[in-house]
Design a protein around this ligand. Sequence first.
Ligand code: ATP
Ligand code: MG
Length: 348
Amino acid sequence: MTGVSLRGVVKRFGATTAVDAVDLEVAQGEFLAVLGPSGCGKTTLLRLVAGFESPDGGEIALGARVVASRRGVVPPEERRVGVVFQSYALWPHMSVARNVGYALEIAGIAAADRQSRVDTALGLVGLAQHGARQPNELSGGQRQRVALARCLAMSPDVLLLDEPLANLDAHLRAAMIEEFRSAHARTGLTTIYITHDQSEAMALATRVAVMFDGRIVQSAAPTELYREPCDARVGGFIGRGAIVPANIRGPGRVEVFGREIAARMPAAARPGPAQLCLRPEDLAPVPGDSPAAIPVRVHRSLYRGGGYEIDVVPLGADAVRLRLDIRTPVAEGTTMAVRILDGWALPA
Ligand SMILES: Nc1ncnc2c1ncn2[C@@H]1O[C@H](COP(=O)(O)OP(=O)(O)OP(=O)(O)O)[C@@H](O)[C@H]1O
Ligand SMILES: [Mg+2]
């Protein structure tokens, strides 16, 4: 099996730099998600690894083999990389089994070997019983699993998935997340999974690389990304919450809304202006006369099944919205008090 390594990879389309000096190491067997907003360069990055695009600079290696550099590029069919796209593009007139085996047929694999590889691949995605069906007799999620099986049947070294769940509804997506997790556990394939859906990335990957404007700005385990974003942009993109002006007073001490509180911060943080990333669980309602209480007005209250998500505005800080989850309803426009239990300091 094979890891993936990108060093200083650049891809331009005219004046657009779609991938801008990306360094990325994906370990053998790792499940990495690449997460970022539309147009940030995710698909281009994946197409570069697959060999559908050639870089304008830098180097791409699969395992020990350099597949793209100044010295030349290895074509896609010689990379042993499997790709699953958002649109699964099955051949409508072929059975499920034939769809999965067709590329093997083209590659000249003997019928008996082909049959066993098709059966194994369909088994891996839980469709062993559906080989004889036509694609139009399957649900959207099952079709996407056929596309995954088609890829696995080719025994790739690396699996690339570009928003494979984007066409499915929320329930199917949740079920398919389980399918991808178990397919990865069973195959142990090095996997790069592209998505703009952070909950998908967090649920699936052992590591998430966040991409903005062609660059990878932070690459970390989901919990670290959530708890310790590297800057306000990542903090705002990942998870719910607020980023508010603050002042670092000393190690682990921050002033916010005129009160000094304890907060987490990077080791390199120095006293001075900063921002504080506050997740909903970092805030709690408290009686107005309790120490460190911040008086707020309820701006918006949304029932979220089992509780309420509320946005509140600290009195005297009209532009700030803090978000927290509470159990009992409060009316919009009421005043209450909240306390900051925890927070993560970011550069100003
Ligand atoms: N073949 C191309 N020709 C010209 N520009 C392109 C081409 N492919 C991509 N781009 C541009 O490169 C940038 C990155 O595109 P890319 O498709 O990689 O983004 P993405 O992150 O996959 O977005 P999405 O989430 O919408 O799929 C965009 O500005 C896009 O318009
Ligand atoms: Mg894309």
